[in-house]
Design a binder for this molecule. Sequence first.
Ligand SMILES: C[C@@]1(CC(=O)O)c2cc3[nH]c(cc4nc(cc5[nH]c(cc(n2)[C@H]1CCC(=O)O)[C@@](C)(CC(=O)O)[C@@H]5CCC(=O)O)C(CC(=O)O)=C4CCC(=O)O)c(CCC(=O)O)c3CC(=O)O
Ligand SMILES: NC(=O)C1=CN([C@@H]2O[C@H](COP(=O)(O)OP(=O)(O)OC[C@H]3O[C@@H](n4cnc5c(N)ncnc54)[C@H](O)[C@@H]3O)[C@@H](O)[C@H]2O)C=CC1
Length: 218
Amino acid sequence: MAAWYPILLDLTGKRCVVVGGGPVAERKANGLLEAGASVCVVSPRLTEGLHRLASEGRIEWRRREAEETDVQGAALLFAATSLPEANRAMAEAARKAGGLANVADDGESGDFIVPAVVRRGELILAASASGAGPALAARIAGELAVRYGEAYSDYASRLRHIRTIVKASVSDRSERRRLLAAAVTEEALEEWRTGDWPVDSDKLIARLRERAGESESA
Ligand SMILES: C[C@@]1(CC(=O)O)c2cc3[nH]c(cc4nc(cc5[nH]c(cc(n2)[C@H]1CCC(=O)O)[C@@](C)(CC(=O)O)[C@@H]5CCC(=O)O)C(CC(=O)O)=C4CCC(=O)O)c(CCC(=O)O)c3CC(=O)O
Ligand SMILES: NC(=O)C1=CN([C@@H]2O[C@H](COP(=O)(O)OP(=O)(O)OC[C@H]3O[C@@H](n4cnc5c(N)ncnc54)[C@H](O)[C@@H]3O)[C@@H](O)[C@H]2O)C=CC1
């Protein structure tokens, strides 16, 4: 069994080909669109959702059965037809063409599998059971979505700004690490979100030193 390596890919504008037009293909296509990929779906039929995306011009639709040439220029190939042999043949073709393939009916015969994902702006939470139980991955992602609510989207964008200030104002690396650890407690994140904004750099550093000191003496 594979010891899968988790990674976040930048797919902005990159060509990704999904073969198959059922609910599984739709889920993959939607995940790809969220990541800004350029999506092409090859299938004689589409779900209603995929149909809408095609008519809105958000995906390219090749209305026919998949052919090996469909993988040309694809960074990623998602084989999600109902035919295992077609899925395997397309994955093989994608690999030969230098891309990576996902096989929906048999994860192990592809190069990567897709985790269950929760997006909160720049915060991305992913859960995977390595194919042992996709429903478990989905359940855990559902729990993470409750634990890490919409506020985390603001938290992440404020934190990006704060980190830029800390990096520009504190040259000592261990001090930077100490301050940034103090910046990410739930209490601190809520303070950045609800406090006056934008923050004054000197005041922010002073406040972070205070917070770091408090947590160290606690
Ligand atoms: C290996 C993998 C390959 C891949 O697709 O990358 C794969 C393979 C298979 N899935 C199957 C079934 C189901 N898959 C789901 C759901 C999801 N499946 C996803 C990923 C993966 N599925 C990869 C492993 C990831 C991991 O384990 O971490 C998720 C996380 C992400 C996504 O697809 O976007 C998404 C949840 C999204 C969400 O809701 O958050 C449900 C639940 C449901 O539909 O409600 C069921 C029914 C219950 C069950 O069977 O467990 C079957 C049997 C098909 C059959 O019976 O014919 C196979 C084939 C096999 O058995 O290996
Ligand atoms: N990885 C996952 O999360 C899951 C995977 N599966 C597996 O994925 C497969 C697809 O699942 P669903 O979308 O529910 O199936 P589905 O049967 O609803 O859809 C299959 C789609 O493939 C198209 N198709 C069939 N032959 C084709 C070909 N040669 N070229 C291009 N398109 C072709 C059909 O027109 C249809 O749109 C299932 O057979 C199952 O084994 C099922 C559930 C979850």
